[in-house]
Design a protein around this ligand. Sequence first.
Ligand code: NAP
Ligand code: G4F
Length: 321
Amino acid sequence: MTKSALITGISGQDGAYLAQLLLGKGYAVHGLMPRRSSDTLWRLRELGIANAVQLIDGDVADLSAVLRAVKQSNPDEIYNLAAQSFVGTSWQQPLLTAQVTGVGAANVLEAVRLIQPAAKFYQASTSEQFGLIQAERQDEKTPFYPRSPYGAAKLYAHWMTVNYRESFGLHASTGILFNHESPLRGVEFVTRKVTDAVARIKHGQQKELRLGNIDAKRDWGFAGDYVEAMWLMTQQPQGDDYVVATGTTTTVREMCRIAFAHVGLNYEDHVVIDPQFFRPAEVDVLLGNPAKAQRLLGWKASTPLDALIAMMVDADMRRVA
Ligand code: NAP
Ligand code: G4F
């Protein structure tokens, strides 16, 4: 029998790759989509799946819309990926971030509990919850210390997921995913901001790239690998919490060096430090320990950072050309 999945945030980077993965496995894929005046289907189009998914109008902050979407899609699996996901914006829009990123997850959990309690639920938790890190390598037992309104909202969503699993016996999992990138990454995030600028500079359309704290370190993987881990979590006999990461960390500076060097440029000739891109509180370093995901899910990141950056620069070179 065909399985049904509901993805909130289907038009985002991860939503698009996850939809592609599930369609490939024969699922009927439904996506909750807020109405926007501008085009938000470009990622689904780039993957050639815009007409293969069934879109349902609705905002995750609106419980009635979420209830209707769950009823209509009758899902075996629900992936809650919808979020105001840009950390920088969360200081400008802290309450909207709380409503969408935090309460939105509670709305989806309520809909599961009330309408579809046998469905398997996945919550997009994040390494931002570790914030001011309390251990050199962060795993499922590392205490959280969020450093942004986004991190705080995600922490609420995370604990609500654990709470609904323990209170109501839902098959509910959290994936504590470290940064993952791709050619479909939003251009406001640093890796894509860099690869887009590299392509524009190479084509003579731009001269400099203005960045904030390039000494920050992140554990970056490929989004295409990470959506596999989401699916593996919903296939387990019970819900659980998993760190998903590569286990290596790199500075933004080094990431820039690799991206510019890929097209024969020196980042030092183009990168300008601009205080407007520094954050009120920074997460200086993230480094995940994915041993549990490897042991229980059989999952391992398979795309090295230089291959990921090359993939992103090449995609932006094609777009800009
Ligand atoms: P993304 O590209 O920003 O996608 C977020 C999605 O949520 C978009 O489809 C967006 O639609 C949708 N959305 C925003 N507000 C909504 C609302 N009120 N109702 C319904 N949908 C709404 O993020 P991503 O990189 O794919 O990440 C997916 C999830 O994983 C997010 O929850 C993110 O916080 C989390 N996460 C990401 C990473 C990472 O490194 N990528 C790491 C850990 C956790 P519009 O585009 O129309 O606004
Ligand atoms: O690419 P970023 O904006 O990603 P950030 O803040 O780590 O958040 C991403 O990963 C989280 C997982 O850890 C997700 F939960 C979240 O939704 C999102 O996907 O910034 C990465 C680093 C930061 O330290 C930032 O200060 O790059 C630094 N940075 C330096 N200059 C910059 C810039 N970031 C951005 N976006 N733009 C800059 O000009």
